[in-house]
Ligand binder design. Structure first.
Ligand SMILES: NC(=O)c1ccc[n+]([C@@H]2O[C@H](COP(=O)([O-])OP(=O)(O)OC[C@H]3O[C@@H](n4cnc5c(N)ncnc54)[C@H](O)[C@@H]3O)[C@@H](O)[C@H]2O)c1
Length: 433
């Protein structure tokens, strides 16, 4: 079966490559020519563990190719996946302009029955709008729109795509269900649950899942903040909570607030959608508010730890990506923290194992860039650990301390043991302990 994947970003590239691995003939297209050129030369435009080998293998075996000729790829495919970005618009809703540009291109090149599969995260009702748009532009050609949300996580995207917890297929068409089941048939062998439902329910499943995970993070962050006041240790609290099977220990790690390309925008989009429909989503509103407060608390913590005034202080930041094993810094809490440190008059030095180039695009020459954690420490008044990369888990504490102007360590990910940090001579603070 021939497949066209529109959008060659974190989701499109992994999904396209994964479907090729399942035996499909996949053409990944993007409107950014540089990305396609890189891919054609065997380079990846993103950092994602395990992806390069899989791309190489499937290109070599003739199942995967890259192109900027979007019309040709559409015309030659039975199924067209949409994996373009759906960022927040100014009101917090989802900006669907990339999606509808791609939909128009599909409609203009509809030369026979095709399935349009929406992988992008889109508000409930979008599949119906896509359908109407295609009908209005391409009369008398049969097609089906399937909502097929993606649940992969950056940093373990390849593994997640090949071994998903579930596959959601939303459509009213039996023919489209049969085609989608065929595409994902290798997953039957590993007994992956399939949820077959209508478009609206499939669209809602994605938002409800992401918002729930975001809520879990905001919840434990709130508990952590209360722990700080009452003298409890949130780590022990979270562990004991997680031992309850109804709660589960996952996503109970306190930190600087959630970030990334999904949770913030998807939580806002669901909030916005509910409001638009006349419902006040009070809980979701609080999830967003608690997260904003949490990021602000981190800045206040740093300020307090350096004696109350950030002006003139040198702050070393470890990690810029929103989580380890990715170069994605979209809405990373580190960006918020760095911006506010600069605003308060501090100078900032950063190191991230994968996201230095991305950080450079945001901060240009307003901050300094180091080659490793020890360079970050050089002359610093405080170190702030923002991303729990493995490289930062076992730093040589004496070496770090020797290089610093004052041994202040703010650990927004609770990587280090407070007692050991104290013994090593640091003024140390984590979150909620
Ligand atoms: N990143 C994740 O972890 C993740 C996980 C699940 C779902 N999602 C959802 O998947 C979608 C894509 O996310 P992403 O992180 O891969 O985005 P991304 O920004 O990394 O990639 C989107 C790509 O689409 C391309 N594009 C945009 N308009 C196009 C057009 N008209 N024609 C061809 N190419 C076009 C862009 O150039 C870009 O390369 C979003 O809706 C997101 O919410 C993301």
């Amino acid at each position: 079966m021939r497949i066209c994947m529109i959008g060659t970003g974190y989701v499109g590239l992994v999904t396209g490559c994964g479907l090729a691995e399942f035996g499909m003939k996949v053409t990944c297209v993007d409107k950014v020519a540089e990305k396609i050129e890189m891919l054609e030369q065997g380079e990846l435009p993103i950092y994602e563990p395990g992806l390069k080998d899989l791309v190489e293998k499937n290109v070599k075996e003739g199942r995967l190719r890259f192109s900027t000729d979007i019309p040709e790829a559409i015309r030659n495919s039975l199924v067209i996946f949409l994996a373009v970005g759906t960022p927040s618009d100014d009101d917090g809703g989802a900006d669907l302009s990339y999606l509808f540009n791609a939909v128009d291109e599909i409609a203009e090149n509809l030369n026979g029955y095709k399935v349009v599969a929406i992988k992008s995260t889109v508000p409930v009702g979008t599949a119906k709008q896509v359908s109407q748009r295609v009908v209005s532009l391409a009369r008398n050609v049969a097609f089906d729109v399937v909502s097929n949300p993606e649940f992969l996580r950056e940093g373990s995207a390849v593994e997640d795509f090949l071994h998903p917890d579930r596959v959601v297929i939303g459509t009213e068409s039996e023919q489209a269900v049969a085609i989608m089941k065929d595409i994902y048939s290798p997953l039957y062998l590993i007994e992956t649950p399939f949820v077959i439902t209508n478009n609206e329910t499939a669209e809602m499943i994605k938002y409800a899942s992401n918002t729930f995970l975001a809520a879990k993070i905001s919840y434990i962050n709130e508990v952590a903040n209360i722990c700080e006041i009452v003298g409890a240790d949130v780590h022990v609290v979270a562990r004991a909570m997680g031992l309850d099977g109804r709660i589960s220990r996952k996503f109970l790690h306190p930190g600087p607030g959630f970030g990334g390309s999904c949770f913030p925008k998807d939580t806002r989009a669901l909030y916005h959608l509910a409001k638009e429909k006349g419902y006040d989503p009070a809980l979701i509103g609080s999830v967003i508010q608690v997260n904003e407060n949490q990021k602000r608390r981190m800045v206040e913590k740093i300020q307090r730890m350096v004696g109350g005034n950030l002006a003139g202080k040198v702050i070393g930041v470890l990690g810029v990506s929103f989580k380890p094993n990715t170069d994605d810094i979209r809405e990373s809490p580190a960006i918020f923290v760095i911006r506010n440190l600069l605003k308060a008059g501090a100078s900032v030095k950063v190191f991230d194992p994968a996201a230095m180039e991305e950080a450079g695009k945001v901060f240009d020459n307003t901050i300094a860039y180091a080659n490793n954690a020890y360079e970050v420490a050089e002359g610093a008044d405080a170190i702030v650990l923002m991303t729990e990369w493995n490289q930062f888990r076992r730093l040589d504490l004496q070496e770090l301390k020797n290089r610093m102007r004052s041994p202040v360590f703010v650990d927004t990910r609770n990587v280090y043991d407070p007692q050991k940090m104290k013994q090593a001579g640091f003024f140390y603070e984590g979150v909620g302990r």
